[in-house]
Design a protein around this ligand. Structure first.
Ligand code: S3P
Length: 428
């Protein structure tokens, strides 16, 4: 499907954001690992978390869906069945990387597959530590899905300083560690999203700038009954849209405010975006707040490697904000974006080029020559079948003089099925 985006005269209204994708995946997986029933409210209706549900069902977990609530009858560490078909992880890196840790740890022999995009993404980062833990994985070219996983001996504990700031890698190792007699320890220096350690209530120690997280057979797996917050990564599109548009006022109730996720808020505030954070509270294990954004005059900003893990999925839309700032902004240390659903640095360079923006692409980021009066050219933007690229292009297109087209726009369903409806709600 190709979506048409008209220039907007205003952006006004209140949106119910999709439920957090990262938390939804984990809630379902950890509820399956818990022995007993968990009731998860506001479970994501996006395609990726539903890939996780389908895989868990194939592993013998009973999951009922009642509207946006799911009821998971947890089987515990030892209750998974060997599936008779490969587990199809669809487009979802989180499903493949986290489930590999669980099935490998549980000693379930199975195959994990994915779509073309997922099959082109490196899995070596999880294969190497899982092998050290005694889990055998055969992969295409030793790197890519399909992954054939099995285990003969016991799970070996691992002492693992994270070589890259990746929450999927961290979670994969900790989840396999849940099946070991001895403690596995993951050490982080750059802090990535911490939903796994929060939702599993794993022991954590912070020593001299390092965070140590431990897991073993002894860790009790808590019930996962809570309401999943709105997805901050979805909110980020509207935070940028509202700040670059001259006639906007957008309310976003119940947004997840986990500090390991809200790097884009810190950056936008540095850019002097007019964002109000109200009614801060806890829901389950996660902080939540209501956000409000109005038209802003943005200042340029420099982003370095340290903040990247806390806004890894928001870089494409932050680049759009930078186009309208009053001066030169930079993003460096963001090479990881080349390993996402598509090479997001390249995909964004193509979009910025098509819009007539003034910028330079680097191996690990961008220099953006911002201009508050920039009017993007109307164009046919390529999403590369990547949800976050499609949505970033759509927000940019709102500022063009004439209508633009976003190709393969249905990929937004991966994380944000109601994106196009929400966009017309704000513009009508
Ligand atoms: C995710 C972690 C991030 C992020 C992805 C979701 C997660 O990936 O980009 O969208 O839920 O753990 P990496 O861990 O590869 O950085």
């Amino acid at each position: 499907m190709t979506s048409t985006v008209e220039p907007a005269s205003h952006l006004k209204g209140t949106l119910k954001l999709p439920a957090d994708k990262s938390i939804s995946h984990r809630a379902a997986m950890f509820a399956a690992l818990h022995e007993g029933v968990s009731t998860i409210r506001n479970f994501s209706d996006a395609a990726d978390p539903h890939s996780t549900l389908a895989c868990l069902r194939q592993l013998g977990v009973s999951i009922q869906e009642e509207g946006d609530t799911i009821i998971v009858d947890g089987v515990g560490r030892n209750g998974f069945h060997t599936p008779d078909q490969p587990l199809d992880c669809g487009n979802s890196g989180t499903t493949m990387r986290l489930l590999s840790g669980i099935v490998g740890g549980a000693g379930i022999s199975c195959t994990l597959t994915g779509d073309d995009s997922l099959s082109a993404r490196t899995m070596k980062r999880i294969i190497d530590p899982l092998k050290e833990m005694g889990i055998k994985i055969e992969a295409r070219d030793n790197d890519f899905a399909p992954l054939h996983i099995h285990r003969d001996g016991p799970v070996q504990a691992l002492h693992f300083p994270l070589p890259i700031a990746s929450a999927q890698l961290k979670s994969c190792v900790l989840l396999a560690g849940l099946f070991g007699e001895e403690e596995t320890e993951v050490i982080e220096t750059k802090i990535s999203r911490d939903h796994t350690e929060r939702l599993l209530q794993l022991p954590i120690e912070k020593v001299r700038g390092k965070k140590k997280i431990r897991s073993s057979k002894q860790a009790d797996i808590p019930e996962q009954s809570y309401t999943v917050p709105g997805d901050f990564s979805a909110a980020a599109f509207w935070l940028v849209a509202g700040s670059i548009h001259p006639n906007s006022s957008i309310q976003l109730p119940s947004v997840g405010m986990n500090p390991t996720r809200t790097g884009a808020l810190d950056i936008l505030r540095k850019m002097e975006a007019q964002i109000q954070v109200e009614n801060k509270r806890m829901e389950g294990f996660e902080p939540v707040a209501d956000l409000r954004i109005t038209s802003s005059s943005l200042k340029p900003v420099d982003m370095t490697a340290k903040i990247i893990p806390n806004c890894i999925d928001e870089i494409p839309i932050i680049l759009v904000a930078m186009l309208f700032a009053d001066g030169i902004s930079t993003v460096r240390g963001a090479k990881e974006l080349r390993h996402k659903e598509t090479d997001r640095l390249k995909a964004m360079a193509d979009i910025l080029r098509a819009s007539g923006a003034d910028f330079e692409e680097h191996v690990d980021g961008f220099t953006i020559h911002g201009n508050p009066d920039f009017i993007p050219k109307s164009a046919q933007f390529k999403s590369c079948h990547d949800h976050r690229i499609a949505m970033s292009a759509a927000i940019l297109a709102l500022k063009a003089k004439e209508e633009s087209h976003i190709k393969d726009a249905d990929c937004t369903a991966i994380s944000y099925p109601s994106f196009w409806n929400d966009l017309s709600l704000l513009t009508n």
